[in-house]
Design a protein around this ligand. Structure first.
Ligand SMILES: NC(=O)c1ccc[n+]([C@@H]2O[C@H](COP(=O)([O-])OP(=O)(O)OC[C@H]3O[C@@H](n4cnc5c(N)ncnc54)[C@H](O)[C@@H]3O)[C@@H](O)[C@H]2O)c1
Length: 282
């Protein structure tokens, strides 16, 4: 029987690989990744491309899109089927044109979103509040779900949507008022959409990452010299694994939720990948 040495030194047979492929391969699928020029969007698109999917990145930042596309092409070892388009996800017409350009696709990963600083309740800037709500609830979740689900229902596509929630979808974090409210809404919208779209064979789930150092939260969690802020220390103290997550640790959740062979009966869940952060225990 054909065997191959894995990076951890273990032997793996062709039968094992065939079984895993049946369960998790995304070959023949195409995924649209919104916020595809961002940190998590790029990593997740990369995981999908390496699992065989074609990927089409949407983002408002053209430079970031170009860099992400190049990185994914390099890591997936191919150029074909890895594309991008500049799209403002707050603009429904732009999104409709982008859907036409995408052709048939079966996966929508909504990785656009993020926070913008923190403040006491009484000093919350309302422009900032409205912006963060719009970024995460409309651009980051509802509008892409709406236009893509409409298209999939028309074309009878049994698609899969993945939204990105947060620890604050469950328990509010101090000082990030619109982000908390928006991410609680993302979990809620995921559940409501899963129920309404299930009869069309469309699955809708979310991933709730714990704390992964990214551009948007680095300044809240670490000082310029790399040491932890008080907030960073509090997060680590509250995380049973005692550390931040690493981007690659989110990828299994992405592939699992995308794969009909593994998660074909899974819809409406928000899957935490958080090193145990949500366990409120002593
Ligand atoms: N990084 C973390 O630790 C973490 C933890 C929990 C949840 N999340 C969530 O994961 C998602 C991705 O986070 P990230 O760290 O990769 O953020 P990021 O800022 O790196 O990526 C977000 C991307 O969205 C794009 N974008 C913003 N507005 C847009 C618009 N109107 N149209 C099109 N694109 C637009 C940005 O250009 C950016 O490339 C967000 O929803 C975030 O809240 C991140």
């Amino acid at each position: 029987m054909e065997t191959k040495k894995r990076s951890d030194g273990q032997e793996e047979t062709g039968a094992v690989r065939d079984y895993l492929c049946e369960m998790f391969s995304l070959a023949g699928k195409k995924a649209v990744v919104t916020g595809g020029g961002g940190v998590l969007g790029t990593d997740m698109a990369c995981a999908m491309a390496r699992a065989g999917a074609d990927v089409f990145l949407w983002d408002v930042r053209a430079d970031a899109l170009r860099a992400s596309t190049e990185r994914i092409q390099k890591e997936a070892g191919r150029i074909n089927g890895i594309e991008y388009r500049k799209v403002d996800l707050l603009n429904e017409d732009e999104m409709l044109a982008a859907i036409d350009a995408a052709g048939d696709f079966q996966i929508l990963l909504n990785a656009c979103g993020g926070g913008r600083g923190k403040s006491p309740l009484t000093e919350q800037d309302m422009e900032n509040f409205r912006f963060v709500m719009k970024l995460n609830v409309e651009a980051g979740c509802f509008l892409p779900m709406k236009v893509v689900a409409k298209r999939w229902i028309e074309k009878k596509t049994a698609g899969c949507i993945i939204n990105i929630a947060s620890m604050s979808s469950y328990v509010p974090l101090s000082g990030v008022w619109p982000y908390n409210a928006a991410k609680a809404a993302v979990k809620n919208l995921t559940e409501a959409a899963a129920k309404e779209l299930a009869p069309h064979g469309i699955r809708v789930n979310a991933i709730a990452p714990g704390f992964f150092l990214g551009e948007q939260n680095r300044r809240l969690l670490t000082n310029e010299d790399g040491s932890l802020t008080d907030r960073g220390k509090a997060v680590i103290a509250h995380t049973p694994f005692g550390r931040f997550g690493q981007a690659h640790e989110l990828m299994g959740a992405v592939l699992y939720l995308c794969a009909d062979g593994a998660a074909g009966f899974v819809t409406g869940i928000t899957l935490p990948v958080d090193g145990g952060y949500l366990i409120q225990n002593i």
